[in-house]
Design a protein around this ligand. Structure first.
Ligand SMILES: Nc1ncnc2c1ncn2[C@@H]1O[C@H](COP(=O)(O)OP(=O)(O)OP(=O)(O)O)[C@@H](O)[C@H]1O
Length: 270
């Protein structure tokens, strides 16, 4: 693998209020899973982030339990992608704690975080255009014994089996999204960071992506999902963190989000 490709691999593996809330996040909440007795897979505690002098996240705390889907919702610029990038270790100007299975990841590199079980699916999907579907799937290392076999990948994503020899350039947006998700599952990632997986996709493909997220969840994988499409977020997630100006301003159950969907769409520009 060339140095450039290796660098890009690391990037891909790594990467690139109101009081009406039904539940409001506190630091104490962030240290345990959402359900009593369920330890968090991911705990982000009091995370702040900067670009130069500009502070874009302030004391954000979120958790994701195994087999749980939590979303980050909020208008453009709220800090959602920066939070995912910080969890992956791609954004380095941060303060606060990110723990996986109770272990503080400290200053570990994106590559080390990927090896620890965090899978990054960036909004541009990060497919290697010159490589075939199969090569894209085979390139990253297997990092955990829960890694999906190629048979399992093709069983869950039959379209990828049909396209296995196609170069990345010949895939539709939906196929690229499925390939990006399949790639981290083949690695054995236990926590997926998904950045707007429904963006730009036809409704029928969005529906399929939703089915896949529910299947992944049923297998115990945790998902932290950035999503602007509230209906889609509601259809796959258990809980929602509402971000505004770099802060978690509300922590909503799925029912609470549903009850306030039109208000959120109108007032938050989502
Ligand atoms: N590379 C960068 N340099 C400087 N500021 C940045 C950079 N990337 C993002 N920002 C700023 O950080 C803030 C948070 O951006 P971020 O992309 O995390 O928000 P977001 O909620 O994911 O929104 P979007 O969906 O538009 O990406 C915004 O004010 C944005 O302008």
């Amino acid at each position: 693998m060339s140095e450039r490709m290796s660098e890009r691999m690391s990037e891909r593996m790594g990467e690139r209020t109101t009081e009406r809330s039904s539940t409001t996040t506190t630091t104490a909440d962030a240290n345990r899973g959402p359900d009593d007795g369920v330890p968090a897979l991911l705990s982000v505690t009091d995370l702040s982030a900067w670009y130069g002098e500009a502070r874009v996240l302030t004391d954000v705390s979120v958790t994701v339990a195994p087999g749980e889907v939590a979303t980050l919702v909020g208008r453009n610029g709220a800090g959602k992608t920066t939070l995912l990038r910080s969890v992956m270790g791609l954004h380095k100007q941060v303060k606060g704690t990110v723990s996986l299975d109770g272990s503080d990841l400290g200053r570990r590199s994106p590559d080390a975080r990927a090896r620890a079980g965090i899978g990054w699916v960036p909004d541009d999907r990060g497919i290697y255009a010159s490589l075939s579907v199969e090569e894209n799937l085979m390139l990253p290392p297997v990092v955990h014994d829960s890694a999906w076999s190629m048979e399992k990948v093709y069983d869950h994503f039959p379209v990828l089996a049909q396209r296995r020899d196609f170069p990345g350039t010949k895939l539709s947006g939906g196929e690229q999204q499925m390939l990006a998700m399949a790639r981290v599952l083949r690695m054995g990632s236990r926590l997926l960071l998904l950045d707007e997986p429904s963006e730009g996709l036809a409704p029928v493909i969005v529906q399929r992506i939703g089915e896949i997220i529910r299947e992944i969840k049923a297998q115990g994988v945790g998902v932290l999902l950035v999503e602007q499409n509230v209906a889609f977020a509601r259809s796959v997630a258990d809980r929602h963190y509402l971000l505004a100006q770099g802060k978690v301003v509300e922590h909503l159950s799925n029912d609470a989000l549903a009850a306030r969907e039109s208000e959120l769409l109108t007032h938050l520009g989502m």
